[in-house]
Design a protein around this ligand. Sequence first.
Ligand code: 0O2
Length: 221
Amino acid sequence: QSLQALRTLQDEFVRFLQRYKFGIDEIVTKLSILREDFAASDRGNPIEHISSRLKSADSIVEKIQRKGVEPTFDAIREQITDIAGVRVTCSFVSDVYRVFDVLTSQSDVRVVRVKDYIAEPKANGYQSLHAIIEVPIFLSDGIVPVLVEVQFRTIAMDFWASLEHKIYYKYDAQVPAELLDGLKQAAVTAAQLDADMERLHHEVHGGEAVHLSAASDEPVP
Ligand code: 0O2
């Protein structure tokens, strides 16, 4: 390939990634506005922490190989849905669903897919609510939709996931069985802590509807 062709490809990749950065900016701004608005209201602020990351080129390539994705921008756009990632940490499980509901009911937000690992934790104990969300990005030459993966979780779920992530990488995915068992047990303890905190919170703020599922609108008392 000529140097010129390589430069063009590099420019295209930079612009490709930049759109995901704009997607992150849009979602983080929406969440920051909600956080400030909740804080100014008398309904209490459900958002403890917001973080974000743009997937690295290395990670994107690794995922393309692992999933056997065709190496074209269109195929990557369609099949790698976590290039833009935003994480929202809440105190209570009910807040996780509350923030999810408020964000996803905004008129320019489209929910593409939801994976509720709180309702159905992964085998290793991992819990979080994942939503692939599409938002419009207003560029100088038009509007483009961008996918952002938003992970909603409690502080306890986040604590567990960050330790599990470190252990997974330390052992290069070959985690000894007793550590896996320990992690599984810690996930049960974390879920129990979340349930206890939720109950105590509800006792103090009794009467408010508590949503504990993304799939159902039924309030759980
Ligand atoms: P990072 O560092 O956050 O970018 P995949 O599992 O990635 O092939 P999919 O459908 O994209 O396919 O996965 P999923 O389950 O929707 O979510 C993937 C992301 O969720 C991960 O991203 C993690 O952030 C988080 N996650 C999922 N499962 C676990 C888990 O068991 N432990 C921890 N700690 N995090 C998990 P990345 O790209 O792996 O990492």
